[in-house]
Design a protein around this ligand. Structure first.
Ligand code: SF4
Ligand code: SF4
Length: 259
């Protein structure tokens, strides 16, 4: 009888974030049996008492890199993993924790901890995982989309590259035949945001807040003009542009528009 193929060894890791993406994995009731049949989760501190030190076939990484100790840790995980996937916008873009990049970290540390802050392992800038190590694929979203996660893990388990959309949320909105919220005068970020959530918010009457980060070949200028014409102030537009990706503000056009 042919020997059964070994399941890929998977490690799930949390860095700086709210742990909502890991909770989303724990909440995969409908899919959990399928996934357990396909992969062997050897490391997951949030869910297991005994954890392997590696190596792993696939590392799934949640959270941004905010501490010096996290740089060493992510490099070790990378060295010991064949494939590394970021899950959620913190890991992919810096996400909500990186909003701190827009403030004076030293002043904030002093306010919270007083004058003695040297012992704190807190870096001035919070960065996405890709700033420090190579990332093979990214599943953005705050939290990451459960269905997209399941599709990606199933693809990875059979040695395929996950298919991540490279078009905007607007495209999914049109497929769902939603009325356009920009046309209703609402400040929607759909035109500049990467699809993959099936236009979740506009389909439920709420604007896209841009939680999946910028779409490829994003046109910030066109979105800026639309929001301006709808009456948004430069401060409001800046807040929307920077909400989920304040550490990816190295895009020239983006910088010129919002600073
Ligand atoms: S992406 Fe959102 S849900 Fe996931 S860890 Fe970051 S803040 Fe939490
Ligand atoms: S519609 Fe926008 S804010 Fe809502 S889940 Fe999708 S990307 Fe995130």
């Amino acid at each position: 009888m042919a020997k059964a193929k070994a399941k890929p060894k998977v490690g799930i890791f949390g860095f700086t974030g709210c742990a909502g993406c890991q909770l989303n994995i724990l909440n995969l009731e409908d899919h959990i049996v399928d996934l357990i049949g396909l992969i062997d989760i050897t490391t997951w501190v949030m869910a297991k008492a005994e954890n392997s030190p590696g190596p792993w076939d696939i590392a799934l990484v949640e959270g941004s890199i905010a501490k010096k100790s996290e740089i060493e840790r992510i490099k070790k995980i990378r060295e010991n993993s064949k494939i590394l996937i970021t899950i959620g916008s913190c890991a992919t873009h810096g996400g909500l924790p990186a909003m701190r990049n827009l403030r004076d970290t030293s002043a904030m540390k002093k306010t919270v901890y007083g004058d003695t802050t040297d012992h704190l392992d807190i870096m001035d800038k919070i960065m996405p995982v890709s700033h420090y190590v190579q990332v093979d694929a990214a599943l953005p979203g705050c939290p990451m989309d459960k269905n997209e996660f399941v599709r990606a893990v199933k693809a990875l388990a059979v040695g395929k590259t996950p298919q991540i959309p490279n078009f905007a949320v607007c495209y999914e909105c049109r497929i769902r035949e939603n009325a356009c919220l920009l046309k209703e005068g609402k400040f929607c970020m759909g035109p500049v945001t990467q699809a993959g959530c099936d236009a979740l918010c506009p389909s439920n009457g709420a604007v896209c807040e841009g939680c999946r980060g910028p779409v490829a070949q994003v046109n910030w200028g066109a979105e800026y003009k639309i929001l301006q014409e709808l009456g948004a102030t430069p401060e409001e537009i800046k807040r929307r542009f920077l909400k989920y990706c304040p550490s990816t503000a190295d895009m020239e056009e983006f910088q010129e528009l919002v600073f």
